[in-house]
Every structure is written in structure tokens, then in C-alpha cells.
Design a protein around this ligand. Structure first.
Ligand code: HEM
Length: 190
């Protein structure tokens, strides 16, 4: 297969190839309210519940894929953080991981999903500041998901970008990764 890594930047392809969906998600009901002046505890809870369904569905396959293809990558599991936050807000959640019994998905399926999950933490920093300002004490003990429990090293996104640039070597694989990232975005667009 032809190696196009010298001319194609996978991160740029991913950003350009999902920009329309990022725009839709930022303006979707569940997420746009988080950045409004009048955001409520109920809005926050609804966003966490949507994210919790997404991670319950996807995270066990994501972790299986990371373990299989990129075992040195420092992935912070999100489901326990979401469960913690939801419990603090009065929603019962146990930490039983989701079932994942089928074959490990392809590398591009994993990378597409990982791009959406890790990229969302970038916007998450802005959302965190706004929510802390608006909801303060009401959610101060229920922000582990958005703050990643303080465990995200400052150079994490740089490492994410390195992983993608090292792992994606040809046009076809990049196109499949963009497709998989689009699927992941679509799961949150309800
Ligand atoms: C109100 C909701 C959201 C806002 C305000 C927001 C905002 C942002 C901002 C400002 C960035 C760029 C950060 C930077 O370059 O340093 C970003 C990146 C990103 N966000 Fe969001 N975001 C939101 C929701 C989401 C959601 C729900 C997802 C998916 C689960 C998501 C996925 C991504 C991805 C994948 C990137 C990386 C784009 C790149 O390749 O540079 N965002 N977001």
C-alpha cells in the first residue's frame, strides 16, 4: 500500500473531516446549554447521563483496542469518573464495566473513537471553567469527568497527536479513521 504519511496529516484530516459534526454537537441541546449563562444543575445532569450512555456503550471496546494496539498509551477511563459524578448528584450507578465479548475492533475504528474522546477533553476544559463559575458548590464534588480528576498531564494532547501521526500511515486508513470518528460523534447527536 502507498505510504502517504509525508503529505497527509491525520490530525488535520480528522479535524477537517469532523468539523461539521463538532459544530452540530457544540450547538446541540445537550451541550450548548452547558455554556449558557443560565445553565442549571438539571442541564449538567442530562449531559452527564448522555455521556454515561455513550461510554457504557463504547468504552470497553475502546479500552480493549488501546490495550491491544497501543498498550503504552495513558488512557484515563471515563466511566468510573462519570459514575462517581452521577452518584454525587443522586443517580445510582455501579462501576461494573460494560460487557465486550466480540473481536477487538480495527485500529482505525479505535483511533476514530479515541480522537473524539480525547479531543472532547479540550473543549471540556472551557466547559469546566464555565460550569464551576455558574454552578459552583452544587457540582463541586461531581466534576471528576470534566476535570479528569486532575489526572491529565499537561502534554497529553501532544502525546495523542504523536500517537495518531505514528499510527496512521496511508490514505485509506486515515479515511477509515475519519469515518469511525464521525460515527462516534453521531452517537452523541440525538
Ligand atoms: C459545549 C460543548 C463543546 C464546546 C464548547 C467545545 C469546544 C471545543 C474547543 C474550544 C476545542 C478546541 C480546543 C483547542 O484547540 O485547544 C474543541 C476541540 C474538540 N472537541 Fe469540542 N467542544 C464541545 C463539545 C464536544 C463534544 C461533546 C465532543 C465529542 C464528544 C467534542 C469533541 C472535540 C474534538 C474531537 C476536538 C478536537 C478537534 C481538533 O482536532 O483539534 N467536543 N472543542
Amino acid at each position: 500500500m502507498r505510504n502517504d504519511s509525508a503529505v497527509l496529516d491525520p490530525m488535520l484530516e480528522l479535524r477537517n473531516g469532523t468539523q461539521d459534526l463538532h459544530c452540530r454537537i457544540e450547538t446541540s441541546t445537550h451541550f450548548s446549554v452547558l455554556m449558557q449563562e443560565q445553565v442549571t444543575l438539571g442541564d449538567y445532569l442530562q449531559a452527564l447521563e448522555l455521556l454515561s450512555r455513550f461510554y457504557a456503550d463504547k468504552e470497553s471496546q475502546l479500552i480493549a483496542g488501546i490495550t491491544h494496539y497501543f498498550s503504552a498509551f495513558n488512557y484515563i477511563p471515563r466511566q468510573p469518573l462519570l459514575n462517581h459524578d452521577l452518584r454525587k448528584l443522586g443517580i445510582a450507578k455501579d462501576d461494573k464495566p460494560g460487557e465486550f465479548t466480540t473481536a477487538v475492533p480495527s485500529k482505525s475504528e479505535i483511533l476514530g473513537l479515541l480522537y473524539v474522546v480525547e479531543g472532547s477533553a479540550l473543549g471540556g476544559q472551557i466547559i469546566t471553567r464555565h460550569l464551576a463559575q455558574k454552578l459552583g458548590k452544587q457540582i463541586s464534588e461531581a466534576m471528576r469527568f470534566y476535570t479528569l480528576d486532575g489526572k491529565m498531564p499537561p502534554d497529553h494532547w501532544t502525546k495523542v497527536k504523536c500517537l495518531f501521526r505514528e499510527s496512521l500511515n496511508d490514505r485509506e486508513e486515515i479515511a477509515q479513521t475519519v469515518f469511525s470518528a464521525r460515527e462516534a460523534f453521531n452517537c452523541l447527536l440525538i
